[in-house]
Design a protein around this ligand. Sequence first.
Ligand SMILES: Nc1nc2c(ncn2[C@@H]2O[C@H](COP(=O)(O)OP(=O)(O)OP(=O)(O)O)[C@@H](O)[C@H]2O)c(=O)[nH]1
Ligand SMILES: [Mg+2]
Length: 696
Amino acid sequence: MAVDDIRRMRTIGFLAEGGAGKTSLAEALLYASGATTRLGRVDDSSSAFDFEPEEVRRKITLSTAFHTLSWKRHDFILVDPPGYANFLPETRYAMEAMAGAIFVGNPTGQLKVESERIWGWANDLHLARVVYLTRMDREEGSVEKALSQMSKVLDGKLVAIQVPIGSQANFRGVVDLLSMRALIFQGDNGAVQEQDIPTEVQGEVDEYREKLVEAVAEMSDDLLARYLEGEEISAQELKQGLREGVVSSRLFPVLFGSGLRVAGIQPLLDAAIDYLPSLAERPPLTGTHPKTHEPVERQPDPAAPFSARAFKTLDSPTGRLSVFCVYSGKIESDSTVYNSTRDVKERLGQLFHLDGKKQQPIASAQPGDIVAVAKLKETRTGDTLCDEKAPVIFPPLVDFAPVISFALGLKSRGDEEKIMTALHRLVEEDPALKMSRDPQTNEILISGVGQLHIEVVVEKLKRKYGVEVELKAPKVPYRETINGKAEAQGRLKKQTGGRGQFGDTWIKIEPLPRGKGFEFVDEIKGGAIPRQYIPSVEKGVVNALAKGFLAGYPLVDMRVSLYDGSYHEVDSSDLAFQIAGSLGVQNAIEKARPVILEPIMTIEVSVPEEYIGDITGDLNRRRGRLLSVDAKGHNQIIKAAVPMSEVLSYAPDLRSMTSGRGTFQMEFSHYEEVPHHLVEKIIQEAKQAQAEQQAR
Ligand SMILES: Nc1nc2c(ncn2[C@@H]2O[C@H](COP(=O)(O)OP(=O)(O)OP(=O)(O)O)[C@@H](O)[C@H]2O)c(=O)[nH]1
Ligand SMILES: [Mg+2]
């Protein structure tokens, strides 16, 4: 691929909830454009995008994959990320590389919460989108139903630019509302033939053409005035106005088809060219200068200084592969760039485009390109690469806090080092995976987005690095907090041999809303405590909060204010004030009604109708709160909020309750106060664990 004009490039992502049909649609685009000679399918494991063994086995996308194609003198790079909740960090990172996106829905208009979440991220990034409703061969629906359903949850103006002809087995074509011609599907490769509009859809066509013209006219005062005066708006003006609406993410055109049947695919390729922007039409990217910290802008222009961001790392059989998107300038194979995040130079070897797992060597890359390069020494996911003479650092990637943790049981002690090395490499690949040591038990902990995320990690450990581990029930990350306000003194006065230790603090504490964490406020006036000891007090407070009060769990969601105190010219020290701060906050907590918080998960259980009673009854016994029950195909989706401590081993329980027919997904939602009658039990268990630890 060698495009001289970057306006003829389309770097396009597929966005939607899990199982929507993104990968199937991407395969259809490859096939229809001639990039592949056979249609790859998720269901028979022949997709170029889902190639990792863990993906093939589950038939879902776990990791973003890429492919190039050419269509009508435009070069596309397709970006196919996951959609299931457990893998959304990967999706979010891939969105940094997209210049535009195809949002995948279906003609029923039903969308899951993951779709809503991804749509929200796309809004944050001002990402231009066309909406493609796939599964027309299967699902019953209509323009009216799809648009009204989707409009309930997606903010943004959806506007049909096609009306489907027939549905399900009888789905045969679409009417293009711009050209006002019917496009009838021909053969199996997504081609269409133009015909007159069939009379059966004429009414619907007139209705949605009118809505389309109106929506476009509203984009500009001039067009609106002419439209209101009844003047005809030309096809060219309509297309131009629509493009402006899409590029500025004010309009979202809706198309119909079927990825699996390769139906309505050429019109989608055309729409991607006509309406989605290249990177050149995207706003400049803002970063900061690494030395001066002044804001720096990078225009998506090949003539500008080079800048790029590594947004993905792959541990491939041939070594580590860094994938980056070029935002500005040009870069050639075998050149040296500057990693501004780490302040090191990196020598790039051969640059590649990725076609699934295949690497295609390229000589150079420019804005809009997604490029892979092997064996970078220092570069990690999220780092900025740039021209050393014009340095910039782009903002770091969004951090996803882990919500579920497991302790790793090792098959043999000697494996420990091997596992640590392997885990380090997996963490490099997957920033949402965190690894730590339990300070109490010294066990290796891995934390991630959900059960499935962690299970996949365990499989990869075995396949890629030959290490086997067992997952042990995650420990519940309880927290503590306070329900009331209090003030107290913390005073240390000791005479140790010669020199004494003196520190005296007055501390006020009050609760903050859930999720607000910890705030320290310095309200010392008139030098009651010298400046240099204020950080000492804060450090003492932080240490005390980390140790917990009731059961040893960290205290959160509170404001601690230091408002008075006293000191001694000779005997005061950093340490004395740390201890005084720690004592002060502990004395205050005692009076501020301390409580224990527990993590609450949202769980979505999918079961056949006959199990609803059993499942909801069981969730009830687990202190769950039912949120909704909705039909989805042949199954019912039960949604509930349930304390994490009650669902630590839900997977086997659900399996036995439903003879293996139920599935579930779980995600951290928020923290809530533990009911009174359970507090004592948690305190006792924590004490026992501490005692066992000390006995060891
Ligand atoms: N009938 C029909 N089935 C489809 C269509 N598109 C996808 N499917 C099926 O839906 C299932 C999921 O399709 P995928 O393409 O893997 O969906 P996805 O959005 O990539 O899923 P994840 O990447 O795992 O989030 C597969 O069994 C597909 O065969 C379609 O247009 N019609
Ligand atoms: Mg997929």
